[in-house]
Design a protein around this ligand. Sequence first.
Ligand code: FMN
Ligand code: SF4
Ligand code: SF4
Ligand code: FES
Length: 631
Amino acid sequence: MSKQMLNLERIQKDYKTALKKCKRRIVVCAGTACVANGSLEVFEALKKAVRAKGLKVDVKLEKHDDVDCLFSRSGCRGFCQVGPLVTVEPSDTHYVKVKPEDADEIVEKTIMADEYVERLLYVDPVTGEKCSRTADIPFYKRQDRYVLGNCGRLDAEDINQYIADGGYTAARMAYTELEPKQICDMVEKAGLRGRGGGGFSTGRKWNLTLPQKSDKKYIICNGDEGDPGAFMDRSLMEGNPHRVLEGMMIAARAIGADEGYIYVRAEYPLAVERVQKAVDDAEKLGILGEDVFGSGVNLKLFVMEGAGAFVCGEETALIASIEGRRGMPMPKPPFPAECGLWGKPTCINNVETLATVPLILRDGVDKFLAYGTESSPGTKTFALTGHVANTGLIEVPFGVTVREIVYDIGGGVTDDAGNILEDGFKAVQVGGPSGGCLTKDHLDLGMDFDSLRSIGAMVGSGGLVVMNKNTCMVQIAHFFMKFTQNESCGKCVPCREGTKQMLKLLEDIIEGRGTMETIELLERIASAVGKGSLCGLGKTAPNPVLTTLRFFRDEYIAHVEDKRCPAGQCKALAMPEILEDKCIGCGLCSRKCPVNAITGEKKQPHSIDPDVCIKCGVCAEVCKFNAVIGV
Ligand SMILES: Cc1cc2nc3c(=O)[nH]c(=O)nc-3n(C[C@H](O)[C@H](O)[C@H](O)COP(=O)(O)O)c2cc1C
Ligand code: SF4
Ligand code: SF4
Ligand code: FES
């Protein structure tokens, strides 16, 4: 048995022995959202409050002394909307919206007397019930947190905690018990498909890279995550960086790479910091570096900050960016598996894909296959946002329906103020700018690679935006088109010029200049951009337009033929109006109107002459009763 193998076992044993002597563990969420809401101040206040009671506190279990409270800073727990979150183990007490001022009460009641601080418990908005444990909260109850499992529980900065939890045993297995081909085949048999958007078989990709003859091969972890609204990869990198590293180690062994890069979005400073610390700690312990697990194989991993452009997530652009060139895509073939970083065979995998791999090795292919559908096994993390009661990071097995996500986990559709709207569902945008819109008709559609592709949408990286009935679908298409047009690298004409033209046509529709020809032209250009673009950005850019045109065509037609926005959102198409039931006839609007478009008797509902109104918006601004609309 090698020195490193002994170390791993010893660390596990030592940590567990120390943990047994520790009465309670307080976990404060230190993911980006909770930190922004002051969770680090909560962490310090809690530590101070515990110490003030004369109790013994530790933040890194290394000694074998009795400890009253072990304090851990975790990564995102997923329910950022109600953060900062604090959990107390072993009771699994779950506190929401915790402030530093709450520290004394938490210590007095929960730590000293095993009681709950009632006002800090989560209240289910649907049933009004208080949930004292994480497991009781509906948002968590309906999920299968398989890959996210320890995200939000583990101290992301403590390698010993990760090892104590079984960490790095899968990597050890890969380096000491399995041949590279066996690993590739195992992952292929598990049916793992890339979580970065394309859904390509990970095992097959590895099996294509392994036989390449070269003195050097690279493994790259794609942590660029440029999709608007997506934060799945960030949460994994911040919350369980060692799992990502372990996945990379296994991938490197599987393809025969001895060097790798973790390309992290520069806008994710906490992820950069934690991944770098994970690499440093793994090197210090002798897990990474030379002679990995005594196998005679070396592995050096580097962390690199992204260049800040969405297109840099595309694999050939990412390679160019690491090489120090401008991040622009290249035609494929040659594929990176044959000719990648510095011309050498390279395998690029997404963060979530890699974080799944250790579980397949550790728990076995069958356990993985038990999740999901036949063609999309496993689970997927999604960033659930928009008009939904519970927003956050979720994980569900593939095949779970849109209805289950929106209603059971999301708690239902809301208005802009967050109130639940009965029958308010309009659509879900899935897959970000490369994806598409799902409608009421798709509420029972299973979320998996093939079902989504069959209706012109895609899993993408996992953004899920719920939209209520007051959402204008033309504006949604415009939002995503604006994003892709801004992010087009400009290398190829269909994408550079096509997205610009599509954006202009959408603007024409929104601003009332559209005709039926505008819609036809939009469709023609969308098809040309999809077919003619070089990389995935341009190829998928038309998806939001095409799916909204397909499922919400009536709305486009209402905009161009009736000059009406059915959702009442397009200002240029709205008719200025004063709502009779809201107007009390105070006359403030008519006094402020610069063109005397408003008339009405005192204390009687007023009205606007649409032919005179110039839509300056002043009347709506001054009206205290929200009686003016459409200006
Ligand atoms: C414009 C564009 C942006 C992309 N951004 C990402 C990204 O941020 N993260 C990612 O993993 N994959 C991204 N991809 C997909 C990658 O090019 C690549 O397919 C993926 O990293 C492969 O890993 P996987 O097989 O594990 O999914 C993007 C693709 C395109 C076309
Ligand atoms: S499709 Fe767009 S983003 Fe991709 S290479 Fe062409 S111009 Fe650049
Ligand atoms: S929008 Fe401006 S111009 Fe039109 S009615 Fe109101 S105040 Fe008058
Ligand atoms: S950052 Fe704390 S729950 Fe997401």
